[in-house]
Ligand binder design. Sequence first.
Ligand code: SF4
Length: 237
Amino acid sequence: MGNVVHDVLEWLYAERENGSSPSLEAALENLADRWTTGMTEEITVIRCSDRAHAYLITAREILERFHRGAFSRDRSRTVALEQRLNHRLSDDVVFTGFADRIGRTETGRLFVVDYKTSKKEGDPSEFSEGLQAPLYAACAMQRNDDSEALAGYHYLRHDSSHWQSVTIDRAGELLERFRQLAEETRAATEFDARPGVLCAWCGFNAICPAAEVPPALSGGFDKAREIKARTPGLFET
Ligand code: SF4
């Protein structure tokens, strides 16, 4: 659902940059087309009590809220959509990310925004809001030769955005912190399993001996085991 909604948002802004004013009806039609095309037999619903159609309804609601709210209010200019950003942290460590949208406000201020379909809003102390978004802003500043940028998360289910300003100094600190995290990860030799509720969504759950997937959340687990059974060697390295 998140992927399809992101694709439609990208399409909306691309259309706007091309000089057209895509209507809500056109956006919903675009969503329906992408949904149908993307619904392959590998797609399944994790929560056994849910149905795929309920997610389509949620996606429609998200899109309606976005089109009537943030999109209609937005007077900013798009600089890039789904842009790959890189920053070399050391000789052999490169930070890479994909920014949903980079733009400039009406006053010319650079910003990077990431769209979230999560049920809950995050907070700036979390890994993603507190580190990912500002790192994207740091890369965008470098690429666009700006000394400051806004890093934002837009929570689509809530039509709310959280913004923080990233200066050159702050960008430098965050990049250094990420470099240290990357070095710690590379130096690690033990990777203990940490089973929990996210095992239900984990792409390795069909082969992980530590996986803990409750029956009510076994949609993906069952599908992965089914694919594994009919495709011998798929998970072998
Ligand atoms: S299935 Fe295994 S690898 Fe995946 S989250 Fe659970 S414990 Fe970690």
